[in-house]
Design a protein around this ligand. Structure first.
Ligand SMILES: [Zn+2]
Length: 492
């Protein structure tokens, strides 16, 4: 029986503002879409936190035995500067400034994005589609929305008619806004505006002659509006209604609101059962912004090349730090917070390593099955990783007491303890114990150096049988010795 049949997960649904029991549309299967990065610059640490929250959620579902189709897109066209409705495409602008092909910009920062996520030990999504790879699908949806009367064409651009849509549907239901208030609080349209109402948003934008990213369409050369790609790709890969749509809190409005409007206008169905939003990351108590200097890139944290932190921190440690906060809370990153977190991280890793050598007793002073249950309860309560980590540290406390001889544990409980710790720490939280591999490498190097020394002594004593044996047996283990002028070196 898959684990998920024993667990009831509660999810905070941004659409209703309530924690709801999670029931997937198709039993045992989950469709999850998360808005990915716009690849025009190095990936932000704040975005990494959002993607990491959904990586953890993806991991937990998989741990429970669900078959998850996880789609996370790459925005490589259509996202305009300042998330605006008019102006330059973020990628086209970067391409112009750096004199690159737009696809060179996309390639460069997609590689950076994957590289950073790999360091953070992310699982790859099931599908990672791009906006430019789905222009045809986007044009088809625009045609559909036009046909249904929820959009209009002006001068080669197509806009979504929010006022018309709101007559039969509810625009603003996700972000808790009312269209009347939005209209009251926006400036009047100027004469040059093509839009009927300021709330209308572009489905297709006409490309001016200087615009370098352009595609042919029934309305002339242009490019898709930013919100449309997610509707096209989520519908294509997950269906008209799917289980989970995630993203950063900042995408709730207008991006996700517009996704709902597009989907409802085109197929009459609400696209998503559970909307989930991850909160932001601040640095030293302030919003991260390149312009104020209050900003740090993931790579700068790993290498230590920055003016904000006192030392480098490993990706696994930063991941542990992020997992110590609930995904819906704001998290502040600072040198002190990272240093404190690092102590905990090392303690946790050391503790896991020591479980196997714990002495076995005839009874357990620590109720391991109940503790295991409480770990699942924490995750089932809207993926509450800080509570889960507190539970893991309860186990660390008992492991230490057993080590000291103040408590005992049975063989059976010790196995449950080890398996549960490993599952939650490595599989669900996605932490890696890189420290131990570094330490192991150091030990290995000491052992090989010792053997090189013994071989040298054997050769000096003309004991060639022994010296050859050392060389050959190391070679069999994949360790090559090389004799040079400066002495013997080795490679793995
Ligand atoms: Zn999106």
């Amino acid at each position: 029986m898959p684990l998920y049949q024993e667990q009831t997960i509660k999810v905070h649904n941004s659409l209703t503002g309530k924690k709801e029991t999670f029931i997937p549309i198709n039993e045992g299967h989950i469709g999850m879409y998360v808005c990915g990065p716009t690849v025009y610059s190095n990936v932000h640490l704040g975005n990494c936190r959002t993607f990491m929250s959904f990586d953890m959620i993806f991991r937990y579902f998989r741990h429970l035995g669900y078959k998850v189709r996880y789609v996370r897109n790459i925005t490589d066209a259509g996202h305009l500067v300042d998330d605006a409705e008019d102006g330059e495409d973020k990628i086209a602008k970067k391409a112009r400034l750096e004199q690159l092909e737009p696809m060179e910009v996309v390639q460069r920062y997609t590689v950076d994005f994957h590289n950073i996520l790999e360091k953070f030990n992310f699982l790859p999504p099931s599908i990672e589609p791009t906006a430019t790879g789905h222009i045809i699908e986007q044009i088809e949806i625009i045609k559909d929305i036009l046909e249904k009367g929820y959009a209009y064409e002006v001068n080669g651009s197509v806009y979504f008619d929010v006022v018309k849509f709101n007559e039969t549907n509810e625009y603003g239901k996700l972000s808790g806004r009312k269209l009347e208030d939005m209209i009251a609080n926006t400036r009047e349209l100027t004469a040059q505006d093509d839009k009927k109402s300021p709330q209308d948003f572009a489905l297709w934008k006409k490309a001016e002659p200087e615009h370098i990213m352009r595609w042919p369409s029934p309305w002339g050369d242009g490019f898709p509006g930013w919100h449309l790609e997610c509707t096209a790709m989520s519908t294509k890969y997950l269906g008209e209604t799917f289980d989970i749509h995630g993203g950063g809190m900042d995408l709730k409005f207008p991006h996700h609101e517009c996704e709902i409007a597009q989907a409802e206008a085109s197929n009459g169905k609400s696209p998503v059962k559970y909307w989930m939003h991850a909160n932001m990351l601040t640095l030293n108590g302030k919003k991260m912004a390149k312009s104020t200097g209050n900003s740090i890139l993931p790579g700068e944290i790993f290498s230590g090349e920055n003016d904000i932190l006192s030392k480098p921190f490993s990706p696994a440690m930063v991941r542990f730090f992020m997992m110590q906060a609930h995904y819906t809370s704001i998290l502040d990153i600072s040198n002190d917070a990272l240093l404190a977190s690092e102590k905990g991280f090392n303690k946790l890793m050391d503790s896991i390593k020591s479980i196997n050598s714990l002495p076995i007793g005839s009874k357990s002073d620590f109720d391991v099955p109940t503790w295991k249950h409480s770990c699942y309860d924490a995750m089932n309560d809207d993926f509450n990783t800080p509570i889960l980590i507190a539970k893991l540290f309860d186990a660390v406390k008992h492991i230490n007491l057993i080590k000291e001889g103040s408590e005992t544990i049975t063989k059976e409980d010790k196995e449950i303890l080890f398996d549960t710790m490993k599952s939650f720490v490595f599989d669900v939280l996605g932490l890696e114990d890189k420290q131990s591999s570094n330490a192991d490498l150091e030990k290995l190097s000491g052992v090989v150096e010792l053997l090189i020394q013994l071989r040298k002594e054997a050769r000096e004593n003309k004991d060639f049988a022994t010296s050859d044996k050392i060389r050959d047996q190391l070679a069999e283990l994949g360790i090559q010795l090389k004799d040079g002028k400066e002495g013997t070196t080795y490679s793995l």
